[in-house]
Write a protein of this length. Structure first.
Length: 306
């Protein structure tokens, strides 16, 4: 007997479709979809959290690194930021479009998975490509998690033990793989990880909001309270044999070093002057304005040349 809502011919087709597929209720249980909800199924919110956490895990490391490389090679900071925003929008649009296509393919073929939709449209012989791509993405995610957790855990343990150089970093990373990542990879369903994914997204959003707030209030600027805390060290990497490119890169690095050095010196002298003026005003003594950037004023008649 036919199930309610199914056509007697067990086939349906829309006028704008070229191929004809059976409706979901007429498909066998082995097709990858059934009317009954699987026990290990995930809700839309849980699945969205896991996918978003995976995407953010890639972009939060690669995109800032690429922008830093562009800035180190002589591109202005605003231009590097513009390139990063454009790339973010382009790849975000491609991801959303791809997910929409997969959902539409599953709906038209009456399946509930990408692999089943592939088998219905392209045949089962090449369905291993879907599984291989999923395995590759999962492997990349595991490598990223291992790198971040291993390094952060090593630094955290070294901070509390006050011996960061003596810790076996490789052994700690292997311990993370065996004790944390392997049990998670052996789970029959990713539904229990949705809470951790949501927490990770919240942490990433908090970090991004904090970075934006610090950039807007100029806390790391020459007059900011965290300017002296920042330790900027130029890095010189091995590049291809290009004398002109190397000279241009070194010149750009030199200009940035000189600008940072001048701004740091001026900021320190300005702070010392302000502090001395406040101390002189509170003590009731006169202060003398002494010209020259290398001269620090003193209360009374004394002055010191730096």
């Amino acid at each position: 007997a036919d199930e309610p809502g199914c056509r007697t011919s067990h086939w349906s087709c829309r006028a704008d479709e070229r191929r004809v597929y059976p409706p979901p209720c007429a498909m066998s249980p082995s097709s990858g979809c059934s009317n009954e909800k699987p026990q290990a199924s995930m809700s839309v919110c849980n699945l969205t959290a896991n996918i978003a956490n995976s995407i953010v895990g890639f972009a939060v490391l690669t995109l800032p690194t690429g922008m830093e490389r562009l800035s180190d090679n002589g591109m202005a900071t605003s231009e590097a930021l513009g390139v990063g925003v454009v790339l973010l929008l382009v790849f975000g649009t491609l991801n959303a479009w791809t997910f929409t296509l997969i959902a539409e393919a599953c709906e038209r073929t009456g399946t509930c998975s990408y692999t089943a939709a592939w088998q219905k449209t392209l045949g089962p012989r090449t369905a291993w490509l879907v599984s291989s791509s999923t395995l590759l993405i999962s492997f990349n995610n595991a490598v990223i998690c291992q790198s971040i957790i291993g390094v952060c855990l090593t630094d955290l343990i070294g901070f509390f033990l006050e011996a960061p150089e003596e810790l076996p970093r490789l052994r700690i990373q292997l311990l993370v793989v065996v004790a944390v990542l392997l049990p998670l990879c052996l789970l029959p369903s990713l539904k229990p990880l949705s809470a951790a994914s949501t927490f990770g997204l919240a942490g990433t959003a908090t970090t991004a909001a904090t970075m934006a707030a610090r950039a807007l209030d100029t806390s790391y600027g020459p007059e900011g309270k965290f300017f002296e805390v920042v330790q900027w060290v130029p890095t010189f990497e091995q590049r291809a044999a290009d004398p002109e490119g190397e000279i241009a890169g070194l010149a750009a690095v030199r200009r940035r070093v000189e600008e940072r050095a001048h701004s740091l010196r001026d900021a320190r002298q300005t702070r010392r002057r302000h502090a001395l003026h406040r101390s002189c005003d509170s003590a009731g003594t006169d202060r003398r304005s002494i010209p020259g950037p290398a001269v620090v004023p003193r209360c009374g008649a004394r002055r010191e040349v730096v």
